[in-house]
Design a protein around this ligand. Structure first.
Ligand code: PRP
Length: 208
């Protein structure tokens, strides 16, 4: 039985559809919206829904053999897992954004509000820019409006959230998408099974 951690939510439903189309169906998963664990013994898979940002923890510690996590989470937390495949789903980008009239004064320490402190630190270290990180857990877009920060580092998908809060993207740091990840020990012991799943999913990736 291969244990699969799926990110709960819209992205996870798309990911499950890929698994199902690849031959790893588990119809009960679509019927019950409170249960968190589903299994199809015949197909050899057990799925569980977890918070998207927790998928990598389950996989790293071996509670799940494989899972699907955003590249943002992999870059931020660096879990010790194998990254097997880019599913080309959940595409967005990690970006720096600021108020429309913001002008950067490079003489001053830049105040950066973000959930992704490691990504932000590494990005500005690469630029040799001194920053002051303000770690927030959500509604990051408010920080520059209230003068809490000069810029934010956050996920931009359509750009609507920035636009509606009078912010604009300044720089793209890295493109983001959903990745199939595997626990290192599980991958060693179940290589052929996990590779077959990855191969099946590969055939379901949609490119535009
Ligand atoms: C992300 C991000 C932005 C929004 C961007 O939040 O933090 O708020 O999406 O999307 P847009 O460019 O299409 O407007 P998410 O919905 O992932 O939830 P979060 O608030 O928990 O970060």
């Amino acid at each position: 039985m291969i244990n699969v951690a799926l990110p709960k939510g819209r992205l996870g439903e798309k990911v499950y559809a890929m698994f199902a189309a690849a031959g790893y169906e588990c119809p009960s998963i679509l019927e019950n919206n409170r249960k968190l664990i589903f299994e199809n013994e015949a197909a050899g898979v057990r799925y569980f829904w977890v918070k998207p940002s927790d998928v990598a923890i389950y996989v790293e510690r071996g509670a799940a053999d494989i899972g699907v996590a955003g590249k943002d989470i992999l870059l931020e937390y660096r879990p010790d897992v194998y990254e097997l495949l880019d599913l080309n789903l959940g595409r967005c980008r990690m970006a720096v954004a600021a108020k429309k009239d913001f002008r950067d004064d490079t003489e001053k320490t830049l105040r950066v509000a973000t959930k992704f402190t490691r990504i932000a630190r590494e990005y500005y270290a690469g630029l040799g820019r001194d920053i002051d990180i303000i770690h927030l857990n959500g509604s990051i877009e408010i920080a520059p409006i209230l003068g809490l920060s000069d810029v934010i580092v956050d996920i931009v998908e359509t750009g609507k959230t920035l636009l509606e809060n009078n912010l604009e993207p300044v720089e793209t740091i890295v493109p983001i998408s959903a990745r199939l990840i595997a626990n290192k020990a599980s991958f060693k012991f179940n290589a052929s099974t996990i590779e077959a799943i990855a191969e099946g999913l590969k055939g379901q990736i949609k490119y535009d």
